[in-house]
Design a binder for this molecule. Sequence first.
Ligand code: AMP
Length: 280
Amino acid sequence: MKPKIVRTVAALRRETRAWRSSKLTCAVVPTMGALHEGHLTLVREGLARADRCIATIFVNPKQFGASEDLSRYPRDEDADVRQLAKAGCNLIFAPPPEEMYGDGFSTTVSLEGPAKAGLEDRFRPQFFDGVATVVAKLFIQSGADYAMFGEKDYQQLMVVTRMARDLDIPIEVVGIPTVREEDGLAMSSRNRYLSPAERKHATAIYGALTLAAEKIRAGIDPQTATRSATLALTTQGFKVDYVTARNATTLAVPAVRGEPLRLIAAAWLGKTRLIDNIPV
Ligand code: AMP
C-alpha cells in the first residue's frame, strides 16, 4: 500500500497521535531522499522493532556548506515513494524547507565530543550542527520510539546518539550495519555521480580499510596500518581526506591497547567524495 505523505508538522503529529492512542510504537528513518537499498534496510529494521515506520525526506540546507552540492543533490520523490511503499513504510514526512525553518528561525544545536573528532568536521565545519539541529527537530516532531541510522555515516551516528542522550530526547537511536554493493562499495546516493570507470575503482576504499583492519588484528600498530592504506589509495588516484583508526564510541585517537576501534575514511574520486568505515 502506498504510504501517506504529509508535509507539515501538524499533519505528522495528527498521524502519530492516532498511533500512540492505539498503543502502537513507531520508528523514524531520517533521509535526504534519492533512496537506495541502504535506506530501505533502515525502514525494514525499523519495522522489525516498532509497529509503524515513518521515513522523512528532507534535503537539509543547514548541513550543506557554501561550496557543497545542495542544488546538485539528487531528488526523485516519486521513485522514493515507490521504494518506501515496497519496504512497508507507513508514513512519509517530506516537508518544504520553510516548514522546517520558518521566518526568524534562530536556533542551532551546537556540539562537542564526537562532533569535534577532526574527521568530517574538519572538512565540513557547519555539517554536524546542521545535522543535529534537523535531527533534533525530527525526533521531537515525530515523537518516535526508535530512530534508525546507518553505520555508513559513522561519525553522524555517534553524534546523534550522544545528542539524543544529552538532550534527554526519549528515543532509542539504533545503528544499522552498512549495506554494500556486491563488490564491497558502500551504497550511497552520491555513487550515481561516479563515471563507470570511477565506479569500478571506488571499491578500493573498502579494500584498503579491510586490509588495514586485518593488519591491526594481526598486531600492527593502527597508525602504520592506516598510513599504508592512505598511501595505497593515493597511489590509485584517490585524494584522501583521512584514513584513521578511532575509538569506536568517542571517536578519540586511540589511547590504550585493546580498546574497540573503528577504521574511518573519506576520499575523493574525481569530483565525488566517498566515505566508508568498518569495525576492527
Ligand atoms: P542520507 O539520505 O544519505 O542522509 O542517509 C539517510 C540514512 O541512511 C543515514 O542514517 C545513513 O547513514 C543511512 N545510509 C545511507 N547509506 C547507507 C548504507 N549503504 N547502509 C546503511 N545505511 C545507509
